[in-house]
Design a protein around this ligand. Sequence first.
Ligand SMILES: NC(=O)c1ccc[n+]([C@@H]2O[C@H](COP(=O)([O-])OP(=O)(O)OC[C@H]3O[C@@H](n4cnc5c(N)ncnc54)[C@H](OP(=O)(O)O)[C@@H]3O)[C@@H](O)[C@H]2O)c1
Length: 236
Amino acid sequence: MTNSSPRPVALVTGASRGIGQAIAQRLAATHDLVLVARHADLLAAVARACEAAGATVQTLALDLRDGVAAAAALSGLQVDVLVNNAGVAVLKPFLDMTAEEWNRQVDVNVNALYHVTRAVLPGMVQRGRGHVCIIGSTAGRNTFVGGTCYTGTKHFVMGFAESLMLEVRDAGIGVSVITPGSVATELFPEGTNTAWMLEPENIADAVAFAVTAPPHMLVHRLEVRPLSPKRPRSSF
Ligand SMILES: NC(=O)c1ccc[n+]([C@@H]2O[C@H](COP(=O)([O-])OP(=O)(O)OC[C@H]3O[C@@H](n4cnc5c(N)ncnc54)[C@H](OP(=O)(O)O)[C@@H]3O)[C@@H](O)[C@H]2O)c1
């Protein structure tokens, strides 16, 4: 007998590589997927892996800095779980940072949260259920040299997530923020020692935990760190 009950739909931004790819592949066992990023070829490869795990997948090649394009592509989609994951980091001293580097971080890490969440949330409110999960960072409560813009954007995420949580919880919608420490992805420049860092799959597990919690339970903040920055993963 086939199971005809529809799967919930998860929309994952920044799904073409790194943490977003791992989240998509982790959720593919239980959810149908809408995968968003700029690189259509990479998205197609992730989609194939997710389909092999049983998901029905739609890919949308979108630059999330373009609010008009994001609204046109995403408004009206029926989404049960939104994972706002897309992000960029340019870690360098303030006086060395160009306006383009500054704006790119603000546009993807901050403004895209508005474009994507604004497009998808009304449907959740209408249906009286849904989950918005945001990938923040330990940089959302720490500071470091070279982090003026990046830590600023991730501090924004914490304020946005908690305020949105308070606004929509009585409508049946959960808001979670996952705050990873360092994760071995292409967010870091080539040549960075990533041997001690978390793996993207570790963050995907945390997202899955948050979005599959019982309906009356909200995992609002979840910080995940490498146990020791002094030891490579392989030494444990
Ligand atoms: N790696 C870490 O140590 C770490 C730690 C804490 C938090 N985080 C956060 O985790 C999230 C994912 O980072 P990651 O480490 O997986 O980085 P990554 O490997 O560089 O992946 C970034 C993703 O964002 C997408 N993206 C970037 N600019 C975009 C744009 N303009 N429009 C649409 N999509 C865009 C990229 O896809 P395209 O290039 O195809 O557009 C890619 O899929 C970010 O929010 C980051 O701040 C990372």
